[in-house]
Design a protein around this ligand. Structure first.
Ligand code: OXD
Ligand code: MN
Length: 593
């Protein structure tokens, strides 16, 4: 039950606007959720899967025109256009509200309004923030219940406070031309209309925990980042934590749940997953940077997830999971996706729900010929993950030793390098670039700049965001985590990956932590410090010393070309680009001469 006046007033206002037939408050109880699951199965919104093989699991199919985040229709509606900055779409707030309320008007007629109280972060933690999402979709309710902490305890934790985030979601008729994902950072308000796809409608995730939270973080002196958090335990039982930012679908979930190579496992190394997508970070009373994962589950990309690539993620999906847009095996009522195993089901429906013939699969036309959509997803509870960190629910967070940036770069970036300082590290993050993937609509395989993997998720002017990073560094001083850049995707001249990746990425993490503890030297290059060839362990992995040398090479010509790309990218920020970043860029150009 809600008694908070500010919440009640807003819900009343929204009820009048969207005009639902019924209103249901989501209290988080299992009995209520069971009833909703049954309703969704009855209406066809979800398909119950094989209870013996996949207990508590369901399949949902979105509309075929609604399968990914839509960056072109995502807006930051700050009062002033310049505050949204050149990397965001902007709409004047008054105009946006008017348009959105027009679309939302009466759109719940014949439907139920679900009121979801949710906490991003463990309920009651000083890191955590509370939101209310109103939705007309049971699928959204059931996903939010997995991805966030939902229910009466959240309402109780909020009390009378007015410090909460408004979120209105209306499915409407899933019309592409009327689809809008709008954020009003100055009003703590999110409105999403005409979509039913996760990233656009699970408002706690990208909309709140990144776009709105990044803005809050800037004003309140903390950071909301598109980062996984993992703990690496050494044989002595010490655990050091790393936060890492990669653009969408670059293997963040795989890295977060990494299984160490056999040799390391035998020695007693372990990796613990705190989070796979988002980190909220604050300076603790000890002056160090501490992080929590504000989410409560994983909204992971299904294709490519298998027993080898990520057994932990796969295990997490074996119960109480919602699958979206994967293939349905009609013989045993289970799910399948490309890369799960080598046995595509013979009697199956594809992600669109059509009869599917796996022999017609054509790599060049995945969307139309694959069983699962390339951006099909699983929504799995974090507690299901065998390597979930014991600190996952800690309201205190975990102390971060290293920050790692990365992307898909065939040639430019070496396997790993360390930045020269925090300031230089912010520059390294600002020049991140990667080949695009299927997580967002648009062309696949094009290189685009994606600073700190936050281009689609920064809720304010990107140059001010760089400035905020610099400010945080000043406050952290010598307690600041060290900043690194990795590239698992370097290729040879034929385009083959030359680093095995996956579990072997731990070899690189080990070097990173050794650097944090001043245990190894490194070689200075114009872009930063790379490992001495002998300090990166390649024993037991199919990488020759020559390949390792190539992996660690910084090609001056490639980087000189890269500086042209950087200059072009920076142009859009004009005078708002912090002087420190300009200085770092000049420094790089000089070192390349
Ligand atoms: C995600 C994304 O879904 O980054 O995590 O697109
Ligand atoms: Mn993400």
């Amino acid at each position: 039950m809600i008694t908070n006046k500010s919440v009640l007033a807003w819900i009343d206002e929204m009820k009048t606007l969207v005009n639902p037939d019924n209103v249901v408050f989501i209290d988080g109880s299992e009995s209520q959720l069971e009833e909703l699951r049954a309703q969704a199965v009855k209406s066809g919104e979800m398909i119950k899967l094989n209870e013996d093989l996949l207990p508590g699991c369901y399949l949902h199919r979105t509309a075929v025109n609604d399968v990914a985040r839509v960056e072109g229709r995502t807006f930051i509606c700050s009062k002033k256009e310049e505050d949204a900055g050149p990397t965001n779409n902007w709409m004047e707030p008054k105009k946006a509200y008017e348009m959105l309320f027009n679309i939302a008007k009466g759109s719940y007629a014949g439907r139920t309004m679900y009121i979801i109280p949710y906490s991003m972060g463990p309920v009651g933690s000083e890191f955590s923030k509370i939101g209310f999402e109103l939705t007309d979709s049971i699928y959204v309710v059931l996903n939010m219940v997995i991805m966030t902490r939902v229910g009466q305890e959240v309402v109780d934790a909020l009390g009378d406070s007015e410090d909460w985030i408004k979120g209105l979601h209306c499915k409407c008729n899933i019309e592409e031309e009327n689809r809008y994902i709008c954020h009003f950072p100055e009003d703590n308000y999110i409105i999403s209309v005409n979509s039913g796809y996760g990233g656009n409608v699970l408002l706690g995730k990208k909309c709140f925990a990144l776009r709105i939270a990044s803005f809050l973080g800037k004003n309140e002196g903390w950071m909301a980042e598109h980062m996984l958090i993992l703990g690496l335990e050494n044989p002595q039982g010490e655990i050091k934590y790393i936060a890492a930012a990669f653009p969408s679908a670059c293997g963040k979930t795989n890295l977060a749940m990494l299984i160490p190579p056999e040799k390391y496992r035998k020695l007693g190394y372990k990796v613990w997953c705190v989070g796979d997508d988002i980190a909220w970070m604050r300076i603790g009373s000890d002056g160090r940077l501490w992080a929590v994962n504000p989410e409560n589950g994983f909204f992971g990309v299904a294709p490519g997830t298998n027993e080898n690539s990520n057994p932990n993620a796969l295990a997490a999906t074996r119960k109480n999971t919602i699958f979206t847009n994967v293939a349905l095996n009609l013989d045993n009522n289970t799910v399948w996706w490309e890369g799960l195993d080598k046995n595509p089901p013979k009697n199956a429906l594809n992600w669109k729900g059509e009869k599917w013939d796996y022999t017609k699969y054509d790599k060049a036309d995945k969307v139309n010929t694959s069983g699962a959509h390339p951006n099909s997803r699983f929504t799995a509870p974090a507690v299901n993950c065998p390597c979930i960190s014991s600190e996952f629910n800690s309201g205190k967070g975990v102390p971060i030793s290293a920050i790692v940036f990365g992307g898909r770069r065939a040639k430019a970036a070496p396997l790993v390098y360390q930045s020269r300082s925090w300031q230089n590290g912010v520059f390294v993050g600002s020049i991140m670039a990667s080949e695009t993937t299927a997580a967002a609509t648009g062309a696949v395989g094009v290189v685009r700049n994606d600073p700190m993997a936050m281009k689609p998720f920064c809720g304010y002017h990107m140059a001010d965001y760089f400035g905020h990073w610099l400010e945080m560094g000043k406050k952290l001083g010598d307690k600041a985590p060290k900043i690194f850049n990795v590239n698992w995707f370097r290729t040879d001249d034929e385009g083959n990956f030359i680093w095995p990746g996956f579990g072997d990425n731990m070899r690189v993490l080990n070097w990173i932590l050794a650097r944090c503890e001043d245990k190894v030297d490194a070689v200075e290059t114009p872009i930063g410090y790379v490992p001495n060839i002998d300090d990166l362990d390649i024993e037991g992995v199919d990488v020759s010393e020559e390949t390792l040398k190539e992996l660690l090479t910084v090609d001056k010509d490639v980087w000189t070309k890269e500086t042209e790309n950087i200059a072009k990218f920076y142009e859009q920020f004009g005078d708002r680009l912090p002087k420190e970043i300009k200085d770092e860029f000049e420094g790089l150009k000089n070192r390349l001469k």
